[in-house]
Design a protein around this ligand. Structure first.
Ligand code: UTP
Length: 288
């Protein structure tokens, strides 16, 4: 099956990050560092390693530091040059040249779905991926690549899933679906999606994670979902509408997931990546 190649990623980072206050009062949560790398850089690297060439970051007036992180750091590089710190300059340039970056402002935090729609003139009628700024995976292949692979074989939108303990289902968007036999593992054709159900009502223990392949048809549904009288527009609402009429797949992602928008998840990610850090790993192993 020939599908349109995915080259664009939309990364909404304009949320308020209320779960991480007071740290996120003046600092974007996406700029919180796992050892020495901001969370957002993990997400961008995941996209680039999966073949993405253009990154559309949906930001806000509180997220300027995210824009600066991927911009040319001219003054800093001039100073580093004076002191001969060439390796540092190279590291900065690597970040700036990783992809083509486009920044779009979401003027009000009207929901993740609204943030995605801020990129609609850029993605036009192409399929694209969406990665939320919080969900960091340590996986090979990269998490979003596992979804792109599924999209390429199915020519339909695919969302990332994770199995969670049944007693935790009330915290997440939970899907139901039929397992698909075939070349791809961990694949489900979805037939239901409920946000934060009561544990006894949860249709399964598969929760949605912040990774998606969006097709033009699903974007169209999101645009129409916008017309409903609602304060926040959520991608999950559009997906719940879409699966009633069209094929929406979910794939349980392989790898270790860290929800870095949550304090405990962030701490777990810090310990995990410190133990893998090229310079710190030996000392970190004894610390934790
Ligand atoms: P979250 O549900 O994690 O919300 O958004 P949040 O505001 O960032 O964090 P908490 O829950 O208050 O702590 C999922 C993704 O959608 C983005 C967020 O930045 C995050 O990447 N988002 C959310 C927007 O870009 N705009 C919005 O209006 C809402």
């Amino acid at each position: 099956m020939t599908t349109q190649k995915i080259t664009k990623a939309v990364i909404p980072v304009a949320g308020l990050g209320t779960r991480f206050l007071p740290a996120t009062k003046a600092l974007p949560k996406e700029m919180l560092c796992i050892v020495d790398k901001p969370c957002i850089q993990f997400i961008v690297e995941e996209a680039v390693e999966s073949g993405i060439k253009e990154i559309v970051l949906i930001t806000s007036n509180m997220k300027r530091a995210v824009e600066d992180h991927f911009d040319n750091s001219y003054q800093l590089k001039k100073e580093l040059e004076k002191s001969g710190k060439l390796a540092e300059i190279e590291a900065l340039e690597k970040i700036e040249k990783m992809a083509k970056f486009i920044f779009v402002r979401q003027h009000e935090p009207l929901g993740d779905g609204h943030a995605i729609l801020c990129a609609k003139e850029i993605v036009k009628d192409e399929p694209f991926v969406v990665l939320f700024g919080d969900d960091i995976y340590d996986s090979n292949p990269p998490a979003i690549k596992q979804l792109i692979e599924a999209y390429e074989s199915l020519n339909a939108p695919v969302i990332g899933l994770q199995e969670v303990p049944k007693e935790d289902t009330y915290k997440y968007g939970i899907v139901s679906g039929e397992v698909q036999e075939g070349a791809l593992d961990n694949l489900f054709l979805l037939n239901g999606l409920v946000e934060k159900p009561k544990v006894e009502d949860a249709p399964s223990n598969m929760s949605i994670v912040g990774k998606y392949v969006i097709t033009p048809a699903l974007l169209h549904t999101l645009i129409n979902t916008r017309k409903e009288e609602k304060k926040e527009l959520r991608l999950a609402d559009a997906m719940a509408n879409f699966l009633k009429e069209d094929r929406l797949y979910g794939r349980v992602l392989k790898g270790l997931r860290f929800d870095t928008g949550d304090k405990l998840g962030f701490l777990k990610a810090t310990i995990h990546f410190a133990k893998k850090h090229p310079v710190l790993k030996d000392q970190a192993v004894n610390l934790f």
